[in-house]
Design a protein around this ligand. Structure first.
Ligand SMILES: Nc1ncnc2c1ncn2[C@@H]1O[C@H](COP(=O)(O)OP(=O)(O)OP(=O)(O)O)[C@@H](O)[C@H]1O
Ligand SMILES: [Mg+2]
Length: 453
């Protein structure tokens, strides 16, 4: 089940245990080696001391003194003469002495040396120190150092190493538990979250995990879940809104076409009903067009073909196009652009942008107010402003009005009609031109939309 934690822990265990093993073996060896070397040099220096004293004050008394000095548990001394006879010993076990006799009685050498060094198997390490007073007065001072203390020290050391090994194993176990908590648990949480997402359940909540890679991953999954949740909500709202928008004109169409078909209507009445049918059909057409634009926007298939054209006729045409709807609502539309200049843009798309902004200005303005369409050249860019004295937009909503399907206060758009697509399309079109759009608005006073293309 927790495969990643098992893999991680196994790798971790093997690597650390191997490192620990090599480290401990190395340490153990070097400690023992240093200790043994110390023992060897101490024995050699003691032996050399005795030999020097013997050479200087050679007498039986000196031999006795040397022997007396070494009468302890750990060290023994044996002094031989020219013929290998023992002239003094500190009471070394006679069986052992028997065993070492061939070595002790050997030829008088010329230098100090360790003659038995295998401390692990022998009860003593032995050093030999030759002395020579005259041609007939010579021999060896042989030192014996018990290996008991060395062996004791090594077994203590081994016990300590075993304890250290067990302790570090326990620490490793703790580390494993910690790693599994810090790394694998969040991963399992994320895995479960993504499984929920794939089943369409978007209400996941992952804990904040700091700023490392895991934290970033968790943050991204949480963001994805939130986005999907919002998208789902938006889609439902959009579908509700679209069905509402389509069903209202359809109800009118069906109702008024039934009425228009009635007998006994005069031409005047029939014309009035047909006009309403015409208006509602246009509203439906606009809505369907906007929906198509939105669908194309999602596919990124908006294309702009820029050309150079004159500003004045272009703007006047737009004003002519929208004038009837402004007149109907008794709103004055002022074109504030006196001199002609050249615009470099896709004229159809730019027309669509301005009509959309004017449509909003009209829709969200009270009767008997004024809307200004202003245009001028700034460096090599064209600036177009649509200024209204309408209902305005609350400042906290300004950041969202360009989002798809976003409408300020749903009740407001029921009143004014609108599906929250217009400005999203406008923004997409402006960005396709490489331009920018900004808005300045005060609730109850009016709004100014500025585009730079
Ligand atoms: N000139 C304006 N004055 C006040 N509010 C505005 C103005 N322009 C836009 N808004 C607000 O911004 C929201 C988004 O506008 P947008 O044009 O995207 O959608 P809409 O006008 O509601 O519907 P659509 O344009 O798709 O028919 C609107 O719901 C409206 O509340
Ligand atoms: Mg609009």
């Amino acid at each position: 089940m927790n495969k990643i934690s098992i893999k991680l822990a196994t790798c971790f265990f093997i690597v650390v245990l191997m490192m620990e093993y090599f480290l401990m073996v190395y340490l153990h060896r070097s400690i023992v080696h240093t200790r043994v070397e110390e023992e060897f040099s101490l024995l050699l220096s003691n032996g050399a001391n005795h030999r020097d004293v013997l050479v200087e004050y050679y007498s039986e008394t000196t031999i006795k003194h040397i022997v007396l000095m070494e009468m302890n548990e750990e060290r023994e001394v044996v002094i031989t003469d020219n013929w290998g006879n023992i002239v003094g010993d500190s009471g070394i076990n006679s069986n052992l002495l028997e065993e070492y006799l061939p070595l002790i009685k050997g030829k008088v050498g010329s230098k100090d040396e360790i003659i038995i060094s295998n401390w692990e198997s022998s009860p003593y390490i032995v050093s030999k120190h030759p002395y020579k007073i005259s041609d007939i007065q010579s021999g060896n001072v042989v030192m014996f150092q018990s290996t008991n203390s060395l062996n004791r020290m090594v077994s203590y050391l081994s016990i300590h190493f075993v304890i250290a090994g067990i302790m570090s194993f326990l620490i490793l176990l703790l580390l494993y538990a910690f790693l599994s908590k810090v790394i694998t648990r969040p991963l399992i949480g994320m895995k479960e979250a993504t499984e929920k997402l794939s089943k369409g359940e978007f209400n996941v909540s992952l804990p904040k995990l700091g700023k490392d890679e895991l934290g970033e991953l968790s943050f991204s999954i949480q963001k994805l879940a939130n986005d999907l949740e919002r998208l789902k909500k938006d889609r439902n709202e959009f579908l509700a809104s679209v069905s509402h928008e389509l069903s209202t004109p359809l109800t009118y169409l069906i109702g008024y076409s039934n009425v228009a078909m009635r007998d006994g209507l005069n031409d005047q009445e029939r014309k009035q009903y047909l006009e309403i049918i015409g208006e509602e059909s246009n509203r439906m057409k606009d809505l369907v067009k906007n929906l198509l634009d939105l669908a194309r926007m999602d596919e990124n298939s908006f294309t702009v073909t820029k050309t150079y054209f004159d500003s004045q006729p272009f703007l006047e045409d737009i004003c002519k196009l929208v004038a009837p709807s402004f007149e109907l609502k008794n709103i004055k539309l002022n074109l504030n652009s006196n001199e002609n200049f050249t615009i470099y843009a896709d004229s159809i798309r730019l027309g669509q942008i301005i009509v959309n902004l004017l449509d909003n200005a009209l829709k969200y303005s009270k009767e008997n107010t004024e809307v200004i369409l202003e245009a001028y050249k700034k460096k090599d860019k064209t600036v177009v402003k649509v200024i209204d004295s309408g209902i305005g937009i609350p400042s906290e909503e300004l950041d969202f009005i360009f989002e798809k399907l976003y409408r300020v206060e749903k009740s407001r758009s029921r009143e004014y009609g609108g599906s929250g697509i217009g400005l999203a399309v406008v923004k997409e079109l402006i960005e396709a031109h490489g331009g920018t759009i900004s808005v300045d608005s005060k609730l109850g006073i009016g709004s100014t939309f500025t585009i730079t293309i």
